[in-house]
Design a protein around this ligand. Structure first.
Ligand SMILES: NC(=O)c1ccc[n+]([C@@H]2O[C@H](COP(=O)([O-])OP(=O)(O)OC[C@H]3O[C@@H](n4cnc5c(N)ncnc54)[C@H](OP(=O)(O)O)[C@@H]3O)[C@@H](O)[C@H]2O)c1
Length: 292
């Protein structure tokens, strides 16, 4: 039986991938890469093999990847350092003779430095290029913007304030639920024919903030308005409320990218891979805000 290793398994996506795999694969055929074994005690209790290593330490990765056929490689969360980390993961996979690497990249139209999210995309582009050059069999999943990010973009006080405040104009986004992406990833790992393919891994429906405001209004029974400030106004508001400049700029970059339609393409990927429709924003937001 094929032996699979999932990185980032103490994080939200990786954990969902392991849970989806456990529904169809014996725990003995699943390993995870973690930085802190204590955070993976629940997985260990389920019989999953725990391997400790860090994207910053190539030797630890080579050791962890020994005997692995398929690697589910979760992109790193350290935006400033992940290009180098991603190169380490690809080099280690090659050295350990992993047979197939499935990488979690991201949806985009603009791959140039003019992209408002260029800092975020840089590490993904490096990983994709390193994989393609490595000679390893790869599958690149161009993940859509997580639908799970919507409550973050809407803000904790959305129902009190009754206002969505995002510098995104009427730009549309194919928000995709993290759990749908995890289930699709598990399906890719356990079926054949995905080598050297790049998949547009996002939903088939797009939403603008005016549409999200309407959905939120119907869920809450309250009037929810939408204000789209300029990027500068938005950054001033966030930093004025205490957010560090670095984060305010990153959030503004996502707003501007949405305004420019960076995530507006749609795909039937989830439906094709899972044989069911992806979760919609209406369904997701209702679930999140039903008790409010
Ligand atoms: N498409 C989107 O909208 C979107 C949104 C957010 C993030 N992302 C990307 O998707 C990835 C997965 O998302 P998520 O929600 O699962 O993020 P998450 O909950 O923050 O999980 C990130 C995982 O990566 C691990 N990790 C980080 N740096 C590492 C390193 N140097 N060496 C080994 N492991 C490392 C973390 O380990 P620890 O538990 O030890 O910290 C954690 O398990 C993120 O890392 C990010 O690249 C995409």
């Amino acid at each position: 039986m094929k032996h699979i290793l999932v990185t980032g398994a103490t994080g939200q996506l990786g954990k969902e991938v392991v849970n989806a795999l456990l529904k169809q694969t014996p725990a003995g055929a699943i390993s995870v890469l973690v930085r802190d074994a204590a955070k993976a005690a629940d997985l260990k209790a389920k019989g999953v093999d725990i391997r400790v290593g860090s994207y910053d330490d190539e030797a630890s990765l080579v050791n962890a990847f020994k005997g692995i056929d398929s690697l589910y490689f979760v992109s790193g969360s350290d935006i400033a350092n992940r290009s180098r980390q991603h190169e380490n993961v690809v080099k280690a996979a090659k050295e350990a003779q992993v047979k197939h690497v499935v990488y979690t990249s991201f949806q985009r139209r603009n791959e140039t430095a003019s992209s408002p999210v260029a800092a975020v995309s840089a590490g993904h582009l490096v990983a994709e290029e390193a994989l393609k050059k490595s000679g390893l069999a790869y599958t690149i999943l161009k993940h859509g913007l997580y639908m799970d990010m919507l409550p973050v973009f809407l803000g904790e006080k959305i129902l009190e304030s009754g206002q969505i405040y995002q510098p995104a104009g009427d730009g549309k986004t194919a928000y995709t639920l993290r759990k749908d992406l995890a289930e699709a990833g598990a399906a890719i790992l356990t079926t054949e024919g995905h080598e050297n393919k790049t998949y547009e891994a996002y939903a088939g429906t797009t939403y603008s903030y005016p549409e999200i405001a309407k959905i939120m209004g119907s869920i809450s029974g309250r009037e929810i308005s939408y204000v789209s400030p300029t990027a500068d106004e938005y950054i001033n508001t966030l930093t004025g409320a205490g957010m560090p400049m670095e984060y305010a700029r990153m959030f503004a970059g996502f707003g501007e990218a949405i305004r420019q339609g960076e995530f507006a393409d749609t795909s039937n990927f989830i439906e094709t891979i899972l044989g069911r429709k992806p979760v919609t924003a209406e369904e997701y937001l209702k679930e999140i805000y039903k008790a409010s």
